[in-house]
Design a protein around this ligand. Sequence first.
Ligand SMILES: Cc1cc2nc3c(=O)[nH]c(=O)nc-3n(C[C@H](O)[C@H](O)[C@H](O)COP(=O)(O)OP(=O)(O)OC[C@H]3O[C@@H](n4cnc5c(N)ncnc54)[C@H](O)[C@@H]3O)c2cc1C
Length: 437
Amino acid sequence: MSGKHIAIVGAGPKAAAIAAKADILNRVQKPQLQVTIFEQSAVAANWSGRYGYTDGEARLCTPAERDLGFPYDAGVFDPRIAAAMYAEYSWGAYLLEHVRADAQSGFNNWVNRGRSPPTHAEFAGYVEWAIAKSSATLEIGTVTRLEPTPHGWRIHRRGPGGRSRSQGLFDGVVFTGPGAPLHRVERLGTSARITDGRDFWKDPDGFLAQPTASDEPVIILGAGGTAAAIAARTVRARPPRDILIIGDQAALFTRSEAFFESQIFTDDAIWERLEPNTRRGFTDRLNRGVVWSTISDELARSPKVRFEPGRGEKIEVRTGLAGEEILVEYRRSGKTIGTYASLAIDASGFDTWWFATLLPPAMRDRLTAANAKKQKAMREAVADGMSKYLELFNEAPGPIHAPMLSQAVGPGFMSLMALGAMSDRILDRYLPSYIAS
Ligand SMILES: Cc1cc2nc3c(=O)[nH]c(=O)nc-3n(C[C@H](O)[C@H](O)[C@H](O)COP(=O)(O)OP(=O)(O)OC[C@H]3O[C@@H](n4cnc5c(N)ncnc54)[C@H](O)[C@@H]3O)c2cc1C
């Protein structure tokens, strides 16, 4: 093999989309791309329901047709690539090839049942199938460090038995995944009645079934998709409990699939006509602090759910007359407000810069400062400078891609909205036609 070798950290849908597109490119154009995927736990771990982030039973908010190859535009490649991608790796191809009940194809069954978005666990099955089919190399182990060498990146990882190994050399590295919970809200004391937006999902029934001495509400801190999904799961649990969502915006904002918004996710020409501020406004409006209408409709139907504007500041465990008490503090209009919770969940966000500590010191230093405000500004400046290939850094020994931070380049590369276009952007960087600017 003489083509480029790309490492991807995290075996989720982004890795699956890139591995699938590399396979199709290799078949049609023969650039001999190699892909190695490093995964700390299991393929599609964050979707299966076994490692947090979801119970696996919730459905995708985006339609199944926004699959690994969507939008299937000729885009930067030969139109045959999009056609082959659809034939080999689309959601429909998966249902035809893989899911079969009796004589009925999974595709027939899915259409007859109304083309619902898959559950997260079903989507995990699709991701697993695509990665296996792509013949990308899968390495199970936690990536702990990237080492620059004169001829490429060496990746250090800790295997399941705790043994450290290094692997390489790679021409470029792609980091994926939402990262660990940020824990922006201060915690004083520990209690089984406090959890976060990842761990809640490891045992939602067990968490919600904990006996509590008080009839205080379940308090969820955060106003985005994670907070709303946790609230929806809590609404379904028995016995019913009051739910208070506290978020630092006026309301839970809602979005749905709508043409005028959706077209901007897949039409670069419209995006390029927008002013930088308008772009930022669009991305914030549709990605951050926003809840898909399927979930917000479910919450609206329950009289048990209330929303309160405020920025969560502290969750404190105290011992009162009735035993353990959970005090939640939040700020609004310069005032601190305290309220008691029977259970508390910090769903205030994930650390999309989680991989910064794995980078070599020269890069890490450009992303790190003792002062939190300064560090935020440094990181924003680096992300704003991202290239069209979704490179955060483009320097020796090879690019570092971070599609989760690509809001300055386009609105659709962070999520499942345009996985096909995201993989085009990254792989285009490794084809013989690439010209360094
Ligand atoms: C439960 C859930 C539901 C979502 N639903 C939607 C939706 O319906 N529509 C939509 O558009 N967006 C949705 N999103 C948001 C967004 O699309 C995803 O966060 C994003 O696309 C995740 O895909 P990914 O491939 O980047 O990473 P993931 O699928 O999150 O995979 C990252 C992987 O990296 C691994 N990993 C982490 N650290 C290391 C390390 N050091 N070494 C090796 N491996 C490591 C993890 O184990 C994980 O498997 C959802 C997100 C979540 C979490």
